[in-house]
Design a protein around this ligand. Sequence first.
Ligand code: ADP
Ligand code: ZN
Ligand code: ZN
Length: 752
Amino acid sequence: MSQALFDRPFAAVAVGRPVRGEFTYAVPDALGPQLAPGVRVKVPFGRSVSLGFYLGPAPAPPQAVEARVKPITAVLDREPALTPDVVELCRFAAQHYRYPLGEVLRAALPPGLSAPREERQARPDVVHVAVALPGAEPLALHRAPAQQATLSYLLAVGGRASVDEVAHAIEGARGHLRALVKKGLVRLEAEAVDRPVAEGLGSARPASLTPEQASAVTRLEALLAAGGFSPVLLQGVTGSGKTEVYLRLVERALEQSHGALVLVPEIALTPQLVGRFRSRFGPKVAVLHSALTDTERLRAWQHLRRAEVKVAVGVRSAVWAPVADLRVIVVDEEHDPSFKQDDKLRYQARDLAVVRARQAGCLVVLGSATPSLETLENARRGRYQHLHLRRRVDDRPMPALHLVDLRVERPRTEENADTEPPMLSAPLRAAMTETLERGQQVILFLNRRGHATFVTCEVCGQNLKCTDCDVCMTYYRASNRVQCHYCGRAHPLPRQCPDCSGPLLQLGVGTERVEAEVADAFPRARVGRLDRDAVTTNERLTDLLSSFARRELDVLIGTQMVAKGHDFPGVTLVAVLLADSALSLPDFRAAERTFHLLTQVAGRAGRGQDPGRVLVQTYNPEALPIAAMLRNDFDGFSEAELRRRRLLAWPPLTRMAAIKLEADVAERCAAAAQRLAAVATRALPPPSVGVRLLGPAPAPIARIKGKTRWQLVLKAPTHAALAGPLDAIERELPALPSGVRVAIDVDPGAML
Ligand code: ADP
Ligand code: ZN
Ligand code: ZN
């Protein structure tokens, strides 16, 4: 410290730009006292001004360059925007995911703080509340009768009231309250005003826990009390009441005014789960979902940052939330693919949640009915504790599972060779009729949108493809157009084949077509459709889900959006219209995804008083995930799948990184991929270490939005063993021809 008296002090700064490394800046005398690690600063960078983050003091640079070191221009925060624990998490992420630290730090902030501007308070959508402090005595104020009256009023209404209310009751009360604050008799608080929760989606606190819930809560509370890093897998069948377990943990944390962080998948959050947290904790939780405006996000973030709110519930980006005094993290539906971000900083929020818990030394609960094989493997190796909820709440039966063999029930014959036979098989129609007659509800699941999922020429057999993507166009009957699901390009359906003028067939069934079939077969049923075409805003989503919850709809048709987390007690029939749809995707996780999705959808049936049943339509009843799902056999499925992964050296038995290249010019992309493969190969450790390079090869979807895509994949027994080849690839990047974009995806999710 005393050195600073003689030398100019220097600062280590991470710059919020896509550049690696930390930079040294000089600290002007006036700014020195304002610097604290995590504070945002404004720094000159290249020819412009950039946002930076002060990381700590830096050693003096060599004399030769010292004169060229530029000064920090401004300190932007009074309190560090990033708390030390979030900075530490960002450092881990930057290193693990090979992303510039400054960009990671920027990603951890709400959008309102990611520009080099001073922090502004979010527009206060809050009520100001006056709170009488302990020992506040009106008698002592006899020389200030107006203040006395104000305080008396406040005490008379229980010691807490909105400033507006007091001002309405007592003239000039705002000024009196300010005076009372100065005297230390009253505190003013801002209380967030929240949007009302959609009706019919709340939930009361159950009077008692099931025995399994109770024992899980007891175990988890003990871990919470003991403190220290403890990761736990909570595996509970659908409807076993996992959410209630999370709520109790959060309740316990709040009682001791500790912080809690709950991560949920994109879609489950809106709106049912929010409703459950809101109706239990009111404004004590900050909800961070993707539909928030920037201001709302900033406001929620500021509440957390100032420790006015101690619980955050949010989607994957909430893993960065500045929760104070964090003692428990919950990741709900931990297997869900939406925890992985697939652009820019390609992080896996579930994994970072575990890292954050390790750094904070706290409890982390990963919950799922169908844990990811990654998490399961950690539990099997004893790294995570493993708790089970094997029964549904109130001993409600698990739904009965029935196979509908489409080879028998939906045969392709000579006559129907040029059209799609109906998607609703005879057994399904019968089951729907029964269910609807009883006044109960039906969910139909099909993970494809549109009317026909592809359009084929009857003569030359060509599929109608997007001109910019290596993808078949989907046909929509309502608009009589075809659309590409990758780039959004759409145009009217051509009358004939663009190549040979032959007639076009519409094949492959999507949700739009199912909706038409249901309307035909059940004209009196009230039908809703839940997919990204039908539901484009969060309001529509909330409306649709709450009207289904209020039983204003009888049938809900949808994509995976219907699969997750919803709790509709009126649903007694769930049908999977085509279980095979994701089975043959070129992705080593295809079987796992299929099993998860089918089990999650099936779990929507029979959650109320009436037992549920599930019809699974498929052409591949013997396929492992389908057969295992029909036996309700998670253990059997994961055993077999883990064996296969071990045999083929796929995660979680190995670690992976994918190097994804993209370029306008196809040849350049291929050449760059070859070049990266060559440097990676030279950097491979000896064969005994077992690091393998796959590719380079065109990506499974070889072109998107006009860009050619190639990839290479590295597999290694440990994450550390990937370092050599990845370092070599990173060093080569600046030498690649311009116009080639490269992303390194560590622990990749979907391989498409
Ligand atoms: P999961 O998340 O495991 O699928 P939920 O937490 O959604 O299950 O619980 C299923 C249903 O049971 C919900 O409607 C929930 O309100 C209710 N529930 C949960 N725990 C209890 C309990 N102890 N007593 C009564 N009802 C409960
Ligand atoms: Zn043709
Ligand atoms: Zn396209």
